[in-house]
Design a protein around this ligand. Structure first.
Ligand code: CP
Ligand code: NVA
Length: 308
């Protein structure tokens, strides 16, 4: 039984196999109506619980659709409507759900909740975002980059803004897939040093450059995310906006990157804040391919977890 908890705790060869499988399955579905079952039905007779303790559009729908395309069924659960949100422990929730379903995906707050769920579940557990990481997003990002530009190994990825959960998984991916990563944002919002150190130890060049224009020079991929994440207190909004304004991704900044540099954003975006409409809707933006690829990448993640 395999859990998909983070990019850095999953074997690089397995990550590569999942990306390659996602690309192949996506190709076999080209042009078909969304509800068409996959040629292979590896999740037939399988039930998957999808637990959300935070809002979601992409993760919720892409997991649900992915399970159905592979012949399984999903049960979407909201944390606050479960006993989990009313005092039942994570460990007991894990033990109970393991008697009903074949796999659990959870979006939660503290990473500790995810780890506790995985520790006590007897079925695979998938990280659908915690305050600290978002590995499914980055699997989709790697797939998207490679579809457009070929192998990501050796390329330069530049992250602008908040060194948040999505940034953390991207840094982990730098170490596992062998690309370079530059962070550009205010010092107060740097990614955790442990992520940076680990990627460097795996041989990836990881830099922190405070000046945004300098950071994006030679970038193959420019990425940003919301300035205020779901777990950030709303009282920090004004301070964060003031700190992050110099890191907005706009056409002037994109002009400093390689001419064919791609732009990505995990979405939801706050147009006019971390990124302008011009970039979101511009020729280098692949944000909707990125959103679609959540579906294809996660189908490969689910198959890997179940060994099917
Ligand atoms: N990118 C992402 O995880 O989006 P949702 O919050 O809509 O799931
Ligand atoms: N950093 C964002 C990502 C949303 C998909 C958040 O955690 O809210």
């Amino acid at each position: 039984m395999r859990h998909f908890l983070d990019i850095n705790t999953t074997d690089p060869a397995d990550l590569r196999a999942m990306i390659d499988q996602a690309r192949e399955t996506k190709a076999t579905r080209a042009g078909l109506p969304k509800g068409t079952p996959d040629r292979e039905q590896p999740l037939e007779n399988h039930l998957v619980a999808l637990i959300f303790e935070k809002p979601s559009t992409r993760t919720r729908v892409s997991f649900d659709v992915g399970v159905r395309q592979m012949g399984g069924e999903s049960i979407v659960l909201t944390g606050s409507e479960m006993q989990l949100g009313h005092g039942e422990s994570i460990a007991d929730t894990a033990r109970v759900l393991s008697r009903y379903v074949d796999m659990i995906m959870i979006r939660t707050f503290d990473e500790a909740s995810l780890l506790e769920l995985a520790e006590h579940a007897t079925v695979p557990v998938i990280n659908g975002l915690t305050n600290r990481t978002h590995p499914c997003q980055i699997m989709a990002d790697v797939l998207t980059f490679e579809e457009h530009r070929g192998p990501i190994a050796g390329r330069k990825v530049v992250w602008l803004g908040d060194g948040n959960n999505v940034a953390a998984s991207m840094i982990q991916a730098a170490g596992q897939f062998g690309f370079d990563f530059t962070f550009s944002g205010p010092e107060q919002l740097d990614p955790e040093a442990v992520f940076v150190d680990e990627a460097r130890a795996k041989g990836s060049k990881v830099e922190i450059v405070r000046d945004a224009a300098e950071a994006v020079a030679d970038a193959d991929l420019v990425v940003t995310d919301t300035w205020v994440s779901m777990h950030d207190a709303l009282s920090t909004r004004e301070r964060r906006h003031n700190q992050l304004r110099p890191y907005q991704v706009n056409a002037d900044l994109m002009a400093q990157a390689k001419p064919d540099a791609l732009f990505m954003h995990c979405l939801p975006a706050h147009r006019g804040e971390e990124v302008t409409d011009e970039v979101m809707d511009g020729p280098n933006s692949v944000i909707f391919d990125e959103a679609e690829n959540r579906l294809h990448a996660q189908k490969a993640v689910m198959r890997w977890c179940l060994g099917v």
